[in-house]
Design a binder for this molecule. Structure first.
Ligand code: DQQ
Length: 459
């Protein structure tokens, strides 16, 4: 969470001199989006974080006078380079957007803007861009490449590709990838791609994008395939997380061990009024590892560092349970659950989370075997509040399902069989919504194993 007020996208993720640094979109003055700065936090393990002073603030008269929007970090010898989006407010809701550069060293505080800013002032001539923002930079031989999120009116979303030798002078190479290059799909690709994030794994390449159109963030997609400079050819596309915009603007980075790691913004699902009165808004996701398997499909896992938070624990092995509910003997609103289950005779099996003692509130994670769906069922999540809708993900075509779930107060993140991720927010009203249960509807459920851990505080 931010120290207070508003947080959105993770920015400038970097493993630097043995520490993880996270910068993020931050409004220090209010719990709503606006006046965007870069906040900064630092961690030895991606679990325990310390807030650092604000890293970038809009500079009056500069190309980021209207806000320091999203961007990335790359190590360059003794320094780290930060490529970010500088914006200038135009009339109405319009912002002119450019790419700016800042430099950091040592503890990555007091970033210095490059005198050449903006380093990419405007879209290439001839491109009527819807959005021109959120650079993702990587090293290509002895040059740099930069992917930028954009879209073209009437043509759809795309990522633009630039090249540089010094991170200051950039040459436009052409589209890195257009929405129309994606394999045939029924997924909504949006009118523009926000926050492209390029990563490489096992000789393959991946591109994360957040599908967007004015006023609507559709959610994150991952495309995997091959990068043959200067083109990325995607062979696979899927939802990176099925919670839609609940898990938004993900960014990847590589740590010293060579892992590709990712954080995203878990945005609120409650009203702006409630965010204002809470005095804060927005949470970072837990760190996830992402890789590409030999079949070219992306895979996901929570970073194992999170296991350091494990506290009191119970475990079940090989349990059949009948129709109805079975309370688990350990409760908590901050828990980790690792569970392996099979289809049995029940129509639906799953977990009840955040259950009020009187049954008036609960959230269910449902394996719906008939519809082949994993459902985050929110109809009883909050007494009296508006129904936030259910979130659904397809069940992988397998016989055994390995679920890894983290519940941390209002945030739920889960990964199934390393292939399907689903995140969402819930806001129970009762302070004692801490009950946990298994349930089976219309038949029996079968749990091969279940490990439930209470989570210790990360503070
Ligand atoms: N958030 C930033 C933009 C980015 C959007 C502004 C995605 O740079 O496109 O706060 O959430």
């Amino acid at each position: 969470m931010p120290p207070s007020n508003w947080m959105n996208d993770p920015n400038g993720l970097i493993h630097w001199q043995g520490h993880y640094h996270m910068f993020y979109q931050y409004n220090p003055g209010a719990a709503h989006w606006g006046d965007i700065h870069w906040g900064h936090a630092e961690s030895p393990d991606m679990v325990h974080w310390t807030h650092r002073p604000i890293a970038l603030a809009p500079q009056p008269g500069g190309p980021d006078a209207g806000g320091c929007w999203s961007g990335c970090a790359v190590p360059v010898g003794e320094k780290a380079a930060f490529l970010y989006t500088g914006v200038i407010a135009q009339s109405g809701q319009d912002y002119s957007q450019s790419v700016c550069l800042a430099w950091g060293q040592d503890n990555l505080e007091a970033l210095q803007r490059d005198a050449k800013n903006p380093v990419i002032p405007a879209p290439p001539p001839g491109i009527r861009a819807i959005g021109f923002r959120d650079p993702s930079v990587w090293q290509q031989g002895n040059e740099w490449r930069l992917a930028l999120g954009s879209g073209v009116e009437g043509e759809g979303p795309l990522a633009l590709l630039y090249a540089s030798r010094d991170l200051r002078s950039w040459e436009y190479l052409g589209p890195l990838c257009r929405g129309t290059d994606a394999p045939p799909t029924s997924l909504v690709l949006g009118k523009m791609w926000e926050c492209p994030s390029v990563f490489f794994d096992a000789g393959q390449a991946g591109l994360l994008v957040s599908a967007w159109e004015p006023g609507i963030g559709h959610g994150p997609l991952v495309l995997t395939g091959h990068f043959n400079d200067p083109h990325f050819t995607p062979r696979w596309v899927e939802k990176l997380d099925h919670g839609g915009a609940a898990f938004y603007a993900p960014q990847t980075f590589r740590d010293a061990a060579g892992r590709v790691l990712m954080f995203a913004w878990l945005q609120e699902a409650r009203s702006q009024e409630e965010q204002d009165s809470a005095g804060w808004s927005g949470v970072m996701s837990l760190p996830r590892r992402v890789w590409i398997d030999p079949a070219g499909q992306p895979r996901y896992a929570f970073a194992p560092e999170l296991e350091s938070l494990r506290g009191e624990h119970i475990s079940l092995r090989g349990e059949h349970f009948g129709a109805g509910r079975r309370a688990l003997p350990l409760a908590g609103a901050q828990v980790e659950i690792v569970m392996e289950l099979e289809r049995a005779s029940a129509q639906r099996t799953g977990l009840c989370l955040l259950c009020a003692p009187d049954g008036s509130e609960e959230t269910r994670l449902v394996f719906d075997w008939r519809q082949n769906l994993l459902i985050l069922e929110r109809k009883k999540s909050r007494r009296g509040g508006p129904f936030l809708g259910n979130l659904t993900a397809p069940l992988p075509r397998e016989d055994v399902f390995s679920l890894h779930l983290y519940l941390d107060a209002s945030t739920i993140e889960c990964i199934l069989n390393e292939r399907v991720a689903l995140s969402g927010r819930v806001y129970p009203t009762m302070p004692d919504c801490r009950g946990l249960a298994l349930f089976a509807d219309e038949g029996k459920g079968l749990i091969r194993r279940l490990d439930l851990y209470q989570l210790r505080s990360a503070w």
